[in-house]
Structure formats: C-alpha cells, structure tokens
Design a protein around this ligand. Sequence first.
Ligand SMILES: Nc1ncnc2c1ncn2[C@@H]1O[C@H](COP(=O)(O)OP(=O)(O)OP(=O)(O)O)[C@@H](O)[C@H]1O
Ligand SMILES: [Mg+2]
Length: 386
Amino acid sequence: MYVSNLSLHDFRSYTELVLALDPGVTAFVGHNGQGKTNIVEAVAYLGTFSSHRVASDAALVRHGTGGAVVRAKANRGGRETLVELEIVAGKANRARLNRAPVSRTRDVLGIVRSVVFAPEDLELVKGDPQARRRFLDDLLVLLTPRLAGVRSEYDKILRQRGALLKTAGAARRRGSSPDLSTLDVWDRHLAAAGAEITAARIDLLHRLRPQTAQAYEQVSAGQGEAHLGYRSALLGLDSEGEATPEEESALTDVAQLEERLVEAMARVRDKEIDRGVSLVGPHRDDLVLTLGGLPAKGYASHGESWSYALALRLASFDVLSDDDDGGPVLILDDVFAELDVRRRERLATMVGGAEQVLITAAVAEDVPESLRGTRFTVTKGEVTRE
Ligand SMILES: Nc1ncnc2c1ncn2[C@@H]1O[C@H](COP(=O)(O)OP(=O)(O)OP(=O)(O)O)[C@@H](O)[C@H]1O
Ligand SMILES: [Mg+2]
C-alpha cells in the first residue's frame, strides 16, 4: 500500500502541513530538528496509535494546543481510504473513516500499515524486555486490530488484580486472613486475555523467525545466525532459557494456555500477595534474540546489534507483505547515517519490494543513489519539493 495525501494539524512542530505523496521512494532531507521525523512518525502513528519515539501521546500534540489531527489517504490495490485521527492529550483518540465518524476508534487501526526502522530500534536488541514485547504487540495490532482491545483489557485487568493483591498483602501483614475469592475471578480474567495475547505472539514468532534469520543473513552478508525464541514463566525452558520447540507449538492453543496460566498463578499466589504484583502472564514475557547461539543482548557488537534490529524490521515488513497484497509503507528514519556504505547498499536493494519507502536523512549524500526518488527539503517546518 501507499499513502498519497498526508495532512497534519497541530501535530508535533507543525501548525499545518499538507503533503502530496507518491508511491516509490520519497526522502525528507534537512538539518537536525527541522521536522523530518515528525512527518513519518505521523504516518506510522495512524496504523497503531503508537509512536516509535514516545510512550505517551502528549508529546505528539503541538505544544500549547489542545489536540492534533492527522489525516492520510491509504491506497491499497486501487482502493482509497481516508483515515483521520484526532489526538487529544490525555483523552481517547477520535477517528473518522472516509469522513464519517467511527463508533470505535480501533476500527481504523491497521488501515495505514507501516514498518518503521529508526535509531531507537537499537533498544530492541540492547534494551529491556518491554521494548521487545512492544515490538511484537505493535505488529500484532497491525495484523489483527482486534488484539488492541484485548491488550487494553489485559492492562485493565492487571491494574485491578494488582490493587487486589496489594489489599490482600496489607490484610495479611495485619495478621488477618484476606478474602481471596475475588482474586480467583480476576485470575480467570487475566488468564483469558493473557492466553489470547500469548498465543498470538507465539504464532507471530513462528512467522517472524525464518524471515528474521534470512534478513540477518542478507544484511550481514552471511555473518552469524539470528534466532528468535520466546521466554515465559509458563513454558518449560531449554538450556538457553527459551521455550523448547515442542512447548512452543503446543502453546498456540488458547484454551490450554488459559489453564496453564491459571495453574501458574496458583503456584505463585503467595509470592504475588507478598509483592503486590502479578508475576505471570504476557506482561512478564520476553522475545529472546540470539546470534550464533549467544544472547544478542550483552554479546552482540554495536554493528551486529544494528543489523539485528534492522533484520527484525525487515522481517516485520515481510510478514505484513505476506498477509496483505500491497504490503506496508516502509519508513527508514535517519538510518543511513548509522550504516556503513556496504550495509547502506544492501539495505537499498532489500527495500526494492516496498510500494512506498519514506526516508529521512540529515545529509542527502548518506542516502544511496539507487534510492533517489522524490526529494523534499525540510527547513524549520517548511517542506518543499526539490
Ligand atoms: N509537541 C511538540 N510541540 C512543538 N514542537 C515539537 C513538539 N514535539 C517536537 N517538537 C519539535 O520538533 C522538532 C523535532 O522535529 P523532528 O524530530 O522531526 O526533527 P528531525 O528533522 O527529524 O531532526 P533530526 O535530524 O535531528 O532527527 C524539535 O525542534 C522539537 O522541539
Ligand atoms: Mg529525526
């Protein structure tokens, strides 16, 4: 797919921006801090309601204003859909599709599909499990928008259950025996939503795994074998601390997962009451990245970590392309400066399959000549076509 018309109102540094975009390669070039990333961030946000730079929406709204509007026309296989999103700081987003309000904002998720590769992605390899869980979950939202609902339901359950655990812990410390019947009910809720998320993640992992290995091989020119695993308290672990392959394939069964989550919670309940937090479930799991059998985190070099992060994004691109004829928009935010000339050229050949590629770069020369498409100069929020 590609995005043809993009308009921003009070989004980030932009008061008003209207841009006509074409399929193929488009590069936004300009000095630091001029507003390049803000443009591509808006495109990516439309699909997942999530930014690659910030966790909260407040920073997306232009400072001093109450709300932002992002509008884009998604073109997929000759079909046009106008997606409009109003982002109000601290409140739920409001959305319109083809100018008509939608009853659930979630209905617009996944219509504008994109994959962003950015310097922040180094966190996927070097950072905490949270970054990797988010990587999986954002991709799941694009593939199966309904899961965004399950995700927020799960977060709500976690908060409720956490509060109950704290109350029970306080009662226990006072010497009284807490009433645990309500907790049983919340265990079931947590297990139901948690099982759905876990099963979807493992299914996604199966799709990402071969693509990541292949992309890593291409990016690194055959140096090292990238392998993805899933780590969960629920699963039997092999010596590397990953789920064994048999475990993994058994665990795409939601009903079975749900039972195992309930059992696992029963086992750790005492500890949970002591600590006042939920200790099992997808919020504690991790995507394990290994390179040549060693954990990438802690072992991989800077360049290898970069290649790994890039491989994960290219694999996401492949998974989305397999799922949908047009494939997603590929966004490369400020990445060429970080790659050596050989890697740049390899990346340039690998992105050839994308219907639309949006690139940002501070230095025009960093972008390989083979990716010369439409070029915009961005200076103090003024975007001009060269
Ligand atoms: N909510 C906001 N309100 C107003 N201005 C904002 C907001 N968020 C970001 N900005 C401004 O936007 C500018 C950053 O824009 P952006 O990140 O797009 O720059 P860039 O061109 O990608 O730069 P670089 O080359 O350094 O990556 C900064 O000057 C920042 O102060
Ligand atoms: Mg930038």
